[in-house]
Design a protein around this ligand. Structure first.
Ligand code: CMC
Length: 431
């Protein structure tokens, strides 16, 4: 028997299944022929043990707390890289030369405006609309604004164009959605501003009040965006791949990913964390009461921003974000009681056997909301910020899937049917 093969014994028959080994030594049993060979399928609720693809984008070791994009440690990228450079790295696989980076940045500037007709779409929403609802539909609507491009099958040049356009326009859409929600006129992108300051300016300046952009705020937001830029096969990225596997276009696939991200167990957790910290604050600041509620199996309450499907140690992103939150609040002179409550909550989580035995640690969403809040970004925009950061990762995965040798294979999981056996229909008056 091949040493690298897995042996499965079913109904007295032995089958060998090949083992796939990744570049960091990760091992997976290739079950793609299992059903043909044995008529059995696997059952993996929530895909906790299933690799849906071979991917060269992000390496994550949840036990060791390691996260790397294209081989580069996240800590180095957060400290030294820019968001645009990291986006290039994720999408194209290599760090850009200075010439490539300058070209790439110019494209962001050229494509930062959205089609004027799209502005009317914002008027169709009530001012109470959640910006994630607007973002998802606006990104899908971008599909309608590229008549000259075969979106189902773009050439390399066309892909380059729509990918950069999407990354640039998403911050304009996000800022317009915010302006719409507060009833202020839209502020257009400016040619001489870089990615992050341009976004801040569109969000916070108005015809009567220019916005002062602090370097500390730019740095904090840049770090957050880089740390959110990819996270391999999470719920939203898997959604982008699944929708894209049916050959849906890039915009439609990413719009679906934005909807997945919105959920409070995924990207929506950053908003839910602040809701939770505010509730604790209103309730007198007693973190212990909430820790006990989260441990009580009769209570559905969970500590938001705590726990992760893959990390079984401290989330390396949370480590950086925690420091970043302290630094920013100090520099801005902000004294936010929510930060103190978060620190207390974390201290309890790290020493309480309920959490330590289950390997539950603060995740990326635990401290990020405190930074957004200090910058003045409203709570319902937090997940939008996550989406802007995650976009390069979604695009990289869509590209990788489309370019897979032999083309993408449509995603179509199996199920184990547990419903009624055949029964005969009885007309309603005879039931
Ligand atoms: N508070 C209390 N108990 C928890 C928590 C929590 N936040 N998270 C997990 N548990 C318990 C859970 O009750 C279960 O206990 P038991 O073994 O006794 O049944 C055990 O830990 C394992 O939890 P699970 O739900 O089976 O784990 P999962 O991998 O399916 O879920 C998770 C992962 C992130 C959805 C979950 O930890 C959670 O709901 N966390 C809070 C929401 C959150 O912060 N989400 C953001 C995730 S990171 C960013 C992102 O992915 O977008």
């Amino acid at each position: 028997m091949d040493q690298q093969a897995a042996k499965v014994i079913l109904d007295g028959n032995t089958y060998e299944l090949p083992v796939v080994v990744g570049s960091e030594g990760e091992r997976g049993i290739d079950i793609s022929k299992l059903r043909t060979l044995t008529n059995y399928v696997t059952f993996d609720h929530g895909f906790g043990n299933t690799s849906n693809c071979l991917s060269a984008i992000t390496y994550l070791d949840g036990e060791a707390g390691i996260l790397r994009y294209r081989g580069y440690p996240i800590e180095q990228l957060a400290q030294y890289s820019s968001f645009i450079e990291t986006a290039y790295l994720l999408v194209y696989g290599q760090l850009p030369t200075s010439y490539q980076l300058s070209d790439f940045s110019d494209l962001f500037t050229q494509h930062s405006m959205i089609h004027e007709d799209m502005k009317h779409l914002f008027n169709g929403y009530p001012s109470t609309a959640h910006p994630m609802a607007i973002l998802a539909s606006m990104v899908c609507s971008l599909s309608a604004y590229y008549p000259g491009i075969d979106l189902m099958n773009p050439t390399q040049a066309q892909f380059d164009q729509i990918a950069v356009q999407l990354m640039s326009k998403i911050r304009t859409i996000a800022a317009f959605a915010y302006k719409k929600s507060i009833g202020e006129p839209f502020v257009y992108p400016e040619e001489n501003l870089e990615y992050v300051p341009n976004f801040l300016n569109m969000m916070f300046s108005s015809p009567i009040k220019p916005y002062k952009i602090y370097d500390e705020v730019i740095t904090a937001l840049k770090v957050l965006m880089i740390l959110h830029a990819d996270h391999e096969q999470n719920c939203s990225t898997s959604t982008v791949r699944l929708v894209g596997s049916a050959r849906a276009n890039l915009f439609a696939s990413i719009s679906a990913g934005i909807c997945a991200l919105w959920g409070p167990l995924h990207g929506g957790a950053n908003e839910a964390v602040i809701d939770m910290l505010e509730a604790i604050h209103r309730d007198g600041g007693d973190a212990t009461k909430y820790v006990n509620m989260a441990k009580d199996k009769a209570n559905t309450f969970r500590l938001m921003g705590v726990g992760h499907r893959v990390y079984k140690s401290y989330d390396p992103r949370a480590k950086i974000i925690k420091k970043c939150a302290h630094d920013l609040l100090n520099k801005l002179g902000v004294n936010d009681p929510l930060l103190e409550i978060a620190v207390q909550l974390e201290e309890q989580v790290l020493k309480d056997p309920y959490f330590t035995e289950r390997n539950l640690y603060p995740n990326v969403d635990f401290y990020s909301g405190i930074i957004y809040k200090a910058i003045g970004i409203p709570k319902d925009m937090f997940t939008v910020m996550f989406a802007i950061g995650r976009l390069p990762g979604w695009i990289a995965h869509w590209k990788e899937m489309i370019e897979f040798p032999g083309g993408p294979k449509i995603g179509r999981p199996r199920q184990i049917y547990v419903g009624s056996n055949q029964r005969d229909y009885i007309q309603i008056n005879k039931r």
